[in-house]
Write a protein that binds this ligand. Structure first.
Ligand SMILES: Cc1cc2nc3c(=O)[nH]c(=O)nc-3n(C[C@H](O)[C@H](O)[C@H](O)COP(=O)(O)O)c2cc1C
Length: 192
């Protein structure tokens, strides 16, 4: 039987996506905690990597991700803010493909809040030396970051504009496209 918590009414899809992202931000057991962020590099090649969803704000449609200023994805986003996020929840048999625009913050109120959280934990990953992607002779995580990693800690804000929801149900498949704006959302069914 299909998961009864999944939406069957078109109007319930946007709220379901919002609830799933909110839960993903706070619960590492949720599939929505681990997202694949896609970008395009300087040669036009698509790039994808796993990132952790740290926060979701349903009033602004913003997803918050922590990263390192020196990483390739930051250069990608600076060049081309149009980015994507992907997640597949195998238990629920739901795929979400999100389209949006990313911006980077290295100061300001939201950055301060994120940094206060990051420096408490293992998240100091974002300031190790040398920086991510540097070629090395032997495998190492690099030198543990210090408080100075404040210089490299970066908050990536992804503003959600469009979601493609696909549920490969046992009884029925359902696919919908949802557009998100500050005024609200609108949805339409699509052929899966
Ligand atoms: C489970 C998991 C979670 C990760 N979370 C993050 C993250 O939240 N932020 C981040 O910058 N990189 C994260 N990474 C590392 C990225 O996937 C990637 O390897 C790294 O950021 C370099 O990517 P880039 O060269 O495309 O910028 C994570 C990797 C894994 C396997």
């Amino acid at each position: 039987m299909d998961d009864p918590s999944l939406p069957t009414d078109l109007n319930d899809i946007a709220p379901w996506i919002e609830r799933s992202l909110a839960r993903g931000a706070s619960d590492p057991r949720s599939a929505f905690h681990w997202l694949t962020l896609t970008s395009v590099d300087g040669t036009g090649r698509p790039q994808a990597r796993t990132v952790v969803l740290r926060e979701f704000c349903s009033s602004t449609n913003e997803l918050v991700i922590f990263t390192d200023r020196r990483s390739t994805k930051v250069a990608d986003v600076e060049r081309e803010p149009r980015t994507g996020l992907h997640v597949y929840d195998a238990r629920k048999r739901v795929q979400l493909r999100l389209e949006g625009s990313s911006q980077l913050e290295t100061c300001g109120e939201r950055w301060e809040r994120a940094w206060a959280r990051a420096k408490q934990g293992t998240l100091l990953d974002y300031g190790r030396e040398p920086g991510p992607g540097t070629p090395i002779d032997t495998p190492t995580s690099g030198e543990m970051a210090t408080i100075d990693s404040v210089d490299t800690f970066t908050v990536l804000i992804f503003t959600l504009q469009k979601a493609d929801y696909l549920h490969l149900g046992r009884e029925q498949h359902r696919r919908a496209q949802v557009n998100f704006t500050l005024e609200g959302s609108s949805a339409t069914w699509l052929v899966p």
